[in-house]
Design a protein around this ligand. Structure first.
Ligand code: URA
Ligand code: CA
Length: 432
């Protein structure tokens, strides 16, 4: 008989745990037979002693199997999922999904709402009038087989072990552990049924991982876990030292996504979608090389196929597909307020986190689960790192339904830094 106290001691002493020991912990903690105090001690032991790739694979699988698992086997082809570790104004999913689906890769996207500076992918899609994500699993699978693309709201009891452990980590100073973060993220992807996973690990001030070194370690750990448990997994490390694209909000990000699918999007957002999309097409086995994959993506962007498919997705899920040709149909905020630069110079730094907070103050995101998002509001940046600005010129435009937005204006003026020296834009992709 295993005893938790022995498992804790073993990890405390830096030994390697067996599959049985790790499953014993995850199952016991999920069903309540292992108490919080033992789980806390165990997490702290992992924090200091770390875990081998094999141990992380066992932990990931045990968490993935702790609740419902989505079965996508009725969908033809390799199901590739993308996961971003989270940033500000990250509109990539809305663009990538139709882009890779138009190249023939089945996109069975399960998305959440969650808490944050802006809504999640689901909230953003709901800015399109009539679009609904509460579809049955049968419709979801049928639609992916017919159209190659569907988006469904997260339902059921996915990875309860991770939910309970994440909450405990939050109050025991054990969130910041690469093996624990990597297995937490990967368990959710596996439970959602992906055959292959492309990870977008963000790095910089607006990211969960602030330094390139930490981001690289997290990426390596997740790629190792994915491949350990038999899922083709690759990662990109991309810049989050400033928000991605110009739009931060919900309707404004949908518009930015449509612009990008039309080939008129911001350069950084477009490039990241092409890089991530290439990896997804490769993982799906639909290209031999990354450059071949990129050519396919560029083609469906240029010939309008990806945009048309986005329209078909919208129509299939009850929304008004005319929005792809007329973004004026999206919800509009009552006021547009300029945020003037306080001095002249080059933009040197944009604290993405704080820009996110400014968007949240306008009503673009949720602080608690009960908060209602104002889909129309958000921020349109006018300047990015390296751009020159004159005193009084607009750094950003606030789209707001409040007549007065001083708090957001002050935050942006404080956190969009201006220097007299010329600054180069940071690289978008730090590592492939
Ligand atoms: N995101 C997750 O899903 N899990 C973690 O542990 C950290 C970030
Ligand atoms: Ca954006």
């Amino acid at each position: 008989m295993l005893r938790m106290v022995d498992v804790i001691a073993k990890k405390r002493d830096g030994e390697v745990l067996s599959k049985e020991e790790i499953e014993f912990f995850v199952n016991g903690y999920t069903d309540g037979s292992i108490p919080d105090y033992q789980a806390s001690a165990f997490l702290m032991a992992i924090y200091f002693q770390k875990m081998t790739t094999e141990e992380q694979g066992y932990l990931t699988m045990a968490m993935a199997e702790s609740g419902d698992q989505i079965d996508l086997s009725a969908i033809d082809g390799v199901k590739v999922d993308k996961h971003s570790t989270g940033g500000v104004g990250d509109t990539t999913t809305l663009i990538l999904a139709p882009l890779v689906a138009a190249c023939g890769v089945p996109v069975a996207k399960m998305s959440g709402r969650g808490l944050g500076h802006t809504g999640g992918t689901l909230d953003k899609l709901e800015a399109i009038k009539g679009f609904h994500v509460e579809i049955s699993t049968e419709q979801f699978i049928q639609q992916v087989n017919d159209l190659k693309i569907a988006v469904i709201g997260q339902s059921g009891n996915l990875t309860p072990a991770d939910k309970k452990l994440y909450a405990l980590r939050d109050v025991t100073a054990t969130v910041d552990s690469i093996p624990l973060i990597a297995s937490s993220i990967m368990s959710k992807k596996l439970a959602a049924g992906a055959d292959a996973i492309v990870l977008d690990v963000k790095t910089g001030a607006g990211a969960f991982m602030k330094t390139l070194e930490d981001s690289r370690q997290l990426a390596d750990a997740m790629v190792a876990i994915g491949n350990e448990v038999g899922r083709n997994t690759s990662a990109v490390i991309s810049d989050m030292s400033q928000p991605l694209g110009f739009a931060i909000g919900n309707a404004v990000e949908v518009k930015e996504a449509i612009d990008t699918l039309q080939g008129k999007g911001p350069a950084d957002l477009t490039e990241l979608c092409l890089v991530l999309g290439s990896k997804m097409i490769l993982a799906a086995g639909r290209a031999e090389t990354e450059s071949d994959a990129r050519t396919q993506l560029q083609k469906v962007m240029d010939n309008g196929d990806a945009l048309r498919l986005f329209g078909e997705l919208i129509k299939a899920q009850g929304g008004n597909p005319e929005v792809i040709d007329n973004t004026d149909l999206l919800p509009k905020a009552q006021y547009q307020i300029e945020v003037p630069a306080r001095k002249s110079g080059y933009i040197s730094k944009i604290d993405a986190d704080e820009v996110g907070v400014a968007a949240m103050l306008l009503g673009a995101g949720r602080a608690t689960k009960e908060d209602v998002i104002d889909l129309a509001v958000g921020i349109m940046l006018r300047k990015k790192i390296g751009d020159y600005v004159e005193v009084g010129e607009a750094l950003a435009i606030l789209h707001t339904n409040q007549q007065q937005a001083d708090e957001s204006i002050n935050l942006l003026q404080e956190h969009i830094h201006i220097s007299i020296e010329k600054i180069d834009a940071p690289p978008l992709i730090h590592s492939l």
